[in-house]
Structure formats: structure tokens, C-alpha cells
Ligand binder design. Structure first.
Ligand code: HEM
Length: 351
């Protein structure tokens, strides 16, 4: 008897629920499970759009960064970092090493054509060499530890294993963070010491037209203290170094800068159409990508510089080693500078 009444009750309840469900929207039926309802937005699509576009109103978080629940640009950032940035960077670094090896086998070491004279001339004083090695030494460590952050997991883990890689990367990360300041100091000092020698001039064009004389024996286009090739290196290191330093500081102290929004606003004045309403997270992602792009370009260029300043050219390293270079080397590569130095050293005629 009781069972029969219970059966009727279940059927009636079922019918009632069915009727309610026909008149109630789907999201209201799932009360408590659909966040769209609790927020009072029109639809779930609205809610997820708010979440996806980082609308702070979609969470209870007051802080703009914590309020971001889904950050779609993160996918683009990761895809670019692990895709084109890593690939092009690897091709550039390996490509320049390959080119230099080929160049070495074709051209060989660039010798002093007239042979060493045995007489020397002061090229860089102590302060110049200190500035160079402060900048160069820190850059080499920054370059190696930076490359490790991008490629280490693919190259080192199979060789040294995960634990050793983790230890190396942790030490490398600290070295990278702190030596950045040594690099900046070296960069600033080198700029102050050498900028006056790096102002572009007419003779640079002739030097470039002659390919700097590096491809042919016995060709020595005129140059002052720094030739056109060195001026290019100087300005690339200064501008690239400043840019990499600024983006590096922004990475060290995250979410404080609006450098990309500001730069994009400036570029828009000259006709670009770039977004200027960047979130703090997007700024950070762009900082990271830019830091990687400029660093890889600098590393590629500096590999060529290290080659020509060491094994690639006889007598060059002395300039940054003892500071004194062979007079014949100086006459072949920097003839106008030697003339200026000799003029300075000549005793002034008595009046
Ligand atoms: C680590 C190996 C390096 C070696 C063996 C080396 C060697 C040299 C030499 C011999 C010079 C003087 C050239 C001359 O007398 O005309 C020089 C100049 C210079 N170096 Fe380096 N260098 C090294 C790394 C670096 C790095 C890492 C940077 C920058 C990040 C750098 C930046 C410069 C600049 C700006 C100059 C002056 C312009 C020029 O000569 O190109 N060097 N280097």
C-alpha cells in the first residue's frame, strides 16, 4: 500500500520537475554550478569572455594580476619563445660559427703583411682595458647562462642529467641576475671612453666599400682609431646593450614598467597601429621576448668580434692584453690614428 503511494508520488514529482525544467533556462537549473549566474552576467559566454580578457570584475581579486584567470597571450608568448625565437636564434648562433670556420679555412689568419716590426705603440690604457674586460667578461657569462635558459634543457639534460642541470641552472640564474650590473657598468664606462672615436665619418664609406680589407691580402683601407666595422660593433653593443639592460631590469623587477605601451604609442605617431592598452602581464611577456631577441643578435655579432679579436687576426689581442700593439699592425689597420699619435708625441718646435 505504502509502496503504491510512493510510486504515485515519484511519478507526480517527476512530472512537476519536467514542467519546471521546460520553463526554466538551462543555466538556472544548474544553480550553484554555473558561475555566470552568481555574477549576474547575461550568459556563460559573457562570463568566459570576461575571464579570458582579464576583466578584473570576473573574480573577487582586487589586484589586477591575480584577477587574471586565463591569459590567452601566454600561449602566443610560449609558442613564439619555444618556436621562432629559439629556432632563429639557434640558426644564427650556429650559422655564424659555421661561417667563421669557413672563413678561417679560406682566408686563414689575417697576418701583419709587413711582418711584426718589434716596435710597439700604446693603443689602450689601463682604464680602457678594464672597461672592455668588465663588459666582455660579464657578457660572456650572461651569454652562456642566457643560452642555457633557452637551450640548456635540450642540450645539457641528456648529457649531464636533470639534477646537475638544475644545480647549474640555479647558479647560472644568480650569476645572470647579478653580473648584469657589472655588464651595465662596463657598458657605460666604454661608452664614455670611446664614443668620441666612434662618430661616423666619410672615410668609413671607403672602408666598407673595400670590405675592410679583410677578404684580400695587402688591402688596407685608411682608418682612424676605430674603423667602420668597429664603429658598427660599438654602436650595436651600446644600443643593443642598453636595450637588453632595460628589458632585463624590467624582468628583474616585474610588472613595474610600461615600456612597450609607451614605445608603441610613440610608433603609432609615425603611422604604426600597435596596441597600447597592454596588461602588466603582456608587458612582461614582450620584455622577455625582446630581451631574448636582442641578446641572441648580440651574441651572434660578438662571436664574430671575438674571432677577429683573437684567433682571426695576428696582433689584435695585444691591444686588449698589454695595451701595446705592433707598429706595423697599427699602420696597416689604423694608419690615420698612428699619424695622429705620432704627431702628438713629436716635440713641438721651439718658438
Ligand atoms: C671575450 C673575448 C673578447 C675578445 C678576445 C675581444 C677582443 C677585443 C680586442 C682585441 C679589441 C680591440 C680591437 C682594436 O684594437 O682595434 C676589442 C674591442 C672591443 N670589444 Fe672586445 N673582445 C671580446 C669580447 C667582447 C665582448 C663580449 C664585447 C661586448 C659585449 C666586446 C666589445 C668590444 C668593443 C665595443 C670594442 C671596441 C670596438 C671594436 O674594436 O670593435 N668585446 N675587443
Amino acid at each position: 500500500m505504502l509502496n503504491r503511494y510512493f510510486g504515485v508520488f515519484v511519478i507526480l514529482a517527476g512530472l512537476l520537475c519536467g514542467m519546471v525544467s521546460m520553463t526554466t533556462p538551462v543555466h538556472a537549473q544548474q544553480k550553484g554550478e554555473v558561475p555566470g549566474q552568481t555574477l549576474g552576467v547575461n550568459s556563460d559566454a559573457d562570463l568566459w569572455r570576461y575571464v579570458r580578457t582579464g576583466n578584473a570584475g570576473s573574480t573577487q581579486m582586487k589586484n589586477e594580476l591575480s584577477a587574471v584567470m586565463i591569459q590567452s597571450e601566454g600561449d602566443n608568448w610560449r609558442a613564439f619563445r619555444n618556436g621562432p625565437l629559439s629556432n632563429v636564434g639557434a640558426y644564427a648562433v650556429l650559422g655564424i660559427i659555421g661561417l667563421l670556420v669557413v672563413f678561417y679555412f679560406i682566408r686563414g689568419k689575417i697576418r701583419i703583411d709587413a711582418g711584426p716590426s718589434g716596435d710597439t705603440i700604446l693603443r689602450f690604457g689601463t682604464i680602457d682595458r678594464f672597461a672592455h674586460w668588465l663588459m666582455a667578461g660579464s657578457f660572456v657569462v650572461l651569454g652562456i647562462t642566457g643560452l642555457n635558459m633557452l637551450y640548456g634543457r635540450y642540450i645539457l639534460i641528456p648529457i649531464i642529467g636533470k639534477d646537475a642541470f638544475a644545480a647549474f641552472t640555479t647558479v647560472g640564474k644568480y650569476a645572470h641576475n647579478y653580473l648584469a650590473f657589472a655588464f651595465m657598468a662596463g657598458l657605460a664606462l666604454s661608452f664614455i671612453l670611446w664614443v668620441r672615436h666612434n662618430v661616423p665619418s666619410k672615410i668609413d664609406i671607403a672602408w666598407l666599400k673595400a670590405g675592410g680589407g679583410i677578404f684580400k691580402k695587402g688591402v688596407h683601407p685608411p682608418a682612424r682609431k676605430f674603423n667602420a666595422g668597429q664603429k658598427i660593433i660599438f654602436w650595436a653593443v651600446m644600443i643593443g646593450g642598453l636595450s637588453v639592460s632595460m628589458s632585463g631590469i624590467a624582468l628583474l623587477f616585474p610588472f613595474q614598467t610600461t615600456m612597450f605601451a609607451d614605445t608603441f604609442a610613440l610608433l603609432n605617431v609615425i603611422g604604426f597601429n600597435l596596441p597600447t592598452d597592454l596588461t602588466a602581464m603582456q608587458e612582461q611577456q614582450l620584455n622577455q621576448l625582446w630581451h631574448g631577441i636582442v641578446s641572441l643578435a648580440l651574441v651572434t655579432m660578438i662571436i664574430a668580434h671575438i674571432y677577429i679579436g683573437s684567433v682571426g687576426m695576428e696582433g689584435a689581442i695585444d691591444a686588449m692584453n698589454t695595451g701595446h700593439v705592433d707598429r706595423n699592425w697599427a699602420k696597416e689597420h689604423h694608419n690615420l690614428w698612428v699619424e695622429e699619435e705620432d704627431k702628438k708625441a713629436r716635440p713641438k718646435p721651439a718658438e
